[in-house]
Design a protein around this ligand. Structure first.
Ligand SMILES: Cc1cc2nc3c(=O)[nH]c(=O)nc-3n(C[C@H](O)[C@H](O)[C@H](O)COP(=O)(O)OP(=O)(O)OC[C@H]3O[C@@H](n4cnc5c(N)ncnc54)[C@H](O)[C@@H]3O)c2cc1C
Length: 469
């Protein structure tokens, strides 16, 4: 497995070590995971000062995590949790990253997963050797003194994460923007607000990361602007909202927006504009085609269930965990891994014609919406949109994966969809309860008698928010 220390890799390991067919002396495979960093945690593990992780294939060094110091979870932890493995009782509903890190490590220890992971080992290249029907893996191991590692594998799982390679929008003038007194960075390297003291900062991005960063910058920056497509020029508290940025003019420090307005004097721009997929170790293996086929910077096509290749490789030998976005990741990783274990054992269980039909259907819906902009299809390909009546729903997706795997005993609970829909309201309300110092009282002892208590608490928080407005 390429990447073993993040949530996706751990989920896959748990499923593979737990499946009865894969246990004991007659198990068909040994399971090896390669993790570039020194320990478990993936993006939830802070970067150490001086940590140098070499991810092959990047033009510039990239931070090993986009974690900023103040990050609390985007979703409430009861919905984030893996199957049958809740966060400890009394955990804050939206805990800081350090709690998620502890949780992932507790999960790894509970299922005894560390013994399968080779840490400080970065996968450099993978090649399918058709003569021997095996993956040839080349990796480098070690912190300072690097040693080459080689291996032959029957099947390969990619669990290397999607939040590492920054996506920068192609805005006219961006190439010339950096200069004396002017800088731009990406959210991947944002850690805390003190370096921005006294500056005029523009945060570009409509998502929760852009929101978190701009809110936090109000503590130190002189002026904070936030740009989001479609936003009108208004003040939201201390944040000056702006529409989409359409051009940068370094000659007079000017930023133009879609509504025809401009700002001057902006000293630092932080792009919270997401990430591009990167599978450096696979380069050269997947046809480098433009969207919508092949491998683009935002999707891989065509994959059955966002997991299994339908062309070029056999679904019995290659799978991806963790490509879908805008859904609850951890349990989805486990459900995907259940399907992977099943298909690696018996590829006939994948009905290729039905899978092709599903892909065509999704393609046609997105194509209709794309107004012939093929990059739109690529960007939307792995995104799940809550409440979209035409496209597959994340909870249905997971139910289908479990059905494909024939996995009994794991259910997608009916409350999950409700909680997912309520999450933005709940997160805002929880922040208020934290600020007013009462959040610890709200969670004290909750979870000791199981998940039902968490569901009740989340309902209470939403009701509280409604009563306040
Ligand atoms: C700012 C932000 C906030 C988020 N908040 C939440 C949240 O609140 N709740 C939630 O559930 N999800 C959240 N997510 C989504 C998050 O991505 C998932 O929770 C999850 O942690 C992703 O796990 P992963 O294993 O796919 O990736 P990662 O955590 O990135 O792990 C991938 C691992 O693969 C390793 N790796 C990569 N390349 C190689 C290589 N070539 N060789 C060896 N090892 C390699 C990396 O070192 C890393 O340890 C958030 C994401 C971001 C960016």
């Amino acid at each position: 497995m390429n990447g073993g220390g993040g949530a996706a890799g751990l989920a896959a390991l748990r499923v593979f070590v737990d499946r009865p067919e894969l246990k004991g002396p007659n198990a068909p495979w040994e399971i090896h995971a390669f993790e570039a960093r020194k320990d478990i945690g993936g993006m939830w593990m802070n970067e150490d000062p001086g940590e140098s992780v070499v991810y092959s294939g990047y033009d510039d060094p990239v931070p090993p995590t986009p974690l900023y110091n103040s990050l609390t979870t985007m979703g409430p932890h009861p919905i984030m949790a893996f199957h049958d493995f809740l966060f400890p009782p009394s955990t804050s509903l939206f805990p800081p990253a350090s709690h998620v890190l502890d949780y992932l490590r507790a999960y790894a220890d509970h299922f005894d997963l560390r013994r399968h992971i080779r840490f400080l080992t970065s996968v450099e290249s993978l090649r399918w050797n058709t003569e021997i029907s095996k993956w040839e893996l080349i990796a480098v191991e070690g912190d300072k003194d690097k040693r080459p590692v080689k291996g032959l594998y029957d099947a390969m799982i990619f669990a290397n994460g999607s939040y590492r390679k920054p996506r920068l929008p192609s805005i006219p003038g961006i190439g010339e923007w950096e200069g004396t007194g002017r800088k731009f960075t990406h959210a991947v390297s944002y850690r805390e607000p003190s370096p921005f003291r006294g500056l005029n900062v523009l945060v570009v991005g409509a998502g929760p990361t852009g929101m978190d960063i701009s809110n936090e910058l109000t503590q130190t920056a002189r002026v904070v602007y936030r740009s989001a497509p479609g936003a009108s020029r208004t003040d939201e508290g201390a944040i000056l909202m702006r529409g989409r940025v359409i051009a940068l003019h370094p000659e007079d420090n000017r930023v133009d927006y879609e509504d025809g307005t401009s700002d001057t004097g902006i000293e630092h721009i932080i792009f919270a504009t997401g990430y591009t997929f990167s599978f450096p170790s696979m380069e050269g293996l997947v046809p480098d085609a433009n969207p919508p086929s092949g491998l683009s910077t935002s999707h891989i096509y065509p994959l059955a269930r966002h997991i299994f290749p339908l062309r070029d490789y056999s679904p019995r030998t290659l799978a991806f965990v963790g490509l879908p976005t805008l859904l609850v990741p951890f349990p989805t990783f486990e459900d995907q891994s259940q399907a992977i274990a099943t298909i690696f054992l018996n590829g006939d269980k994948l009905d290729r014609a039905a899978e092709e039909a599903k892909i065509s259907e999704r393609y046609n819906i997105l194509h209709k919406r794309s107004k012939s902009k093929l990059s739109y299809i690529a960007e939307q390909w792995h995104r799940f949109r809550h409440g979209d009546p035409e496209l597959e729903d994340q909870f249905e997706y997971r139910r289908e994966l479990l059905a494909l795997a024939g996995k009994k005993g794991w259910e997608v609970q009916s409350w999950e969809a409700q909680v997912w829909g309520d999450t933005p309201v709940m997160r805002k309300e929880w922040a208020k309860l934290v600020k007013s110092g009462v959040s610890e009282d709200w969670v004290r002892g909750v979870g000791e008698k199981g998940v039902g208590e968490w569901v009740e608490l989340m309902h209470k928080v939403v009701q509280h928010a409604k009563q306040q407005h």
